[in-house]
Design a protein around this ligand. Sequence first.
Ligand code: NIG
Ligand code: FE
Length: 409
Amino acid sequence: MPDADLLLTGISQAVTPRPGGPHRGRAMSDLELIPDAAIAIAAGRIAWVGSRSDWHGAAEWEIDVAGRAVIPALVDPHTHLIWAGDRFADFEARTQGVAYEEILARGGGIRSSIRSTAAAGVEALVALALPRVQALVASGAGTIEIKSGYGYTADAELASLEAIAALRPLVAADLHSTLLIHVPPLEAAMRGDYLAMACDRLVPQVAERGLATAVDIFIEREAWQPEEANHLFDAARSVGLAVKAHVDQFHAIGGLEAAVAHGALSVDHLETSGPDQIALLAGSSTIGTILPGVTLHLGIAAAPGRELIDAGAAVAIATDCNPGSSPLFSTQQALALAVRLNGLRPAEALIAATCNAAAALGLGDRGAIAAGQRADLAVLDDADWRTVAWTLGRSPITRLFLGGKEISL
Ligand code: NIG
Ligand code: FE
């Protein structure tokens, strides 16, 4: 029996994915539930978990969580928290029937966020992003991915990634950065030069400076084409960066196929993925990340979460928090919405937002309550864990421990 720095007791249920994820298909409903549990923490890691009556070790400190359920802290594997300006005019236009893609093609949408983000310095970007990160943490997220992508020029993309690095010491959550090559120049003749700049200069520089661990690209009719994405994937992999992609959001144009062929960690969105894409993803090691906030905010089709799991895929959930397609500032609400909008069952949604979301970032050391995992734990407001999938409109997370330390919410 190990010694512990901290022993959590009074846990009505410790509820966790089985260790060794990601889990796919039917295994996504296999949660382990330990009633009347205790969790021992040593040096920021989980040292032991089991029935309270089976703990016979010594603990320096004990916290009684008063009959509440405990789950792993959530992981949010897809956000765009670095932006300046707003998209209220786009939002209003969409309520009058103008389509998101049309706004983008006219030079608005993502391109308007690029203009305002380029005009802000690193310090301003940090100040704007900080409360957004804090909101996700308050909703239970202990690990958050943040993309650049509203920078456009090499210098502006680097500034966004520097802003993420500057946020790190300011927040308790573990932040992971991704370089996103978001939209091409509007002038067709400039696409090749821009892509060459991204592949030959930006990606190697980002890798050399350790500013991101992955590269992402938006593959869509109004954005990049699969053949263009292939060049970026090759450039990323040649300098040891992982690959991710925004695919099948409005049209399935081969983005998922290109990303899976390059061993992508995840393909994200999937709203228009059909049977061929679902079968391909289910037969691969790539995680399918669904983003229910986009369905809610843009009113587009929901990604086929149910079909993906039934086909045997590994599904993750993220907020996609961004000003244009998903102003969703709660990782827990993304989990709860995936149950309503994407047909996930509560157990599947919990696995999708914990160990599978960690796997979408290439992380295997979190997302389950098991010996050796990071002690990232969320205490719920109820004795029954299902409150995390049921609650809408307020946070059911009452206490959060990250790396074994309680943080204030
Ligand atoms: O994940 N689809 C492309 N990119 C973002 C949207 C960004 C925006 O509209 O500002 C997304 O939906
Ligand atoms: Fe996104």
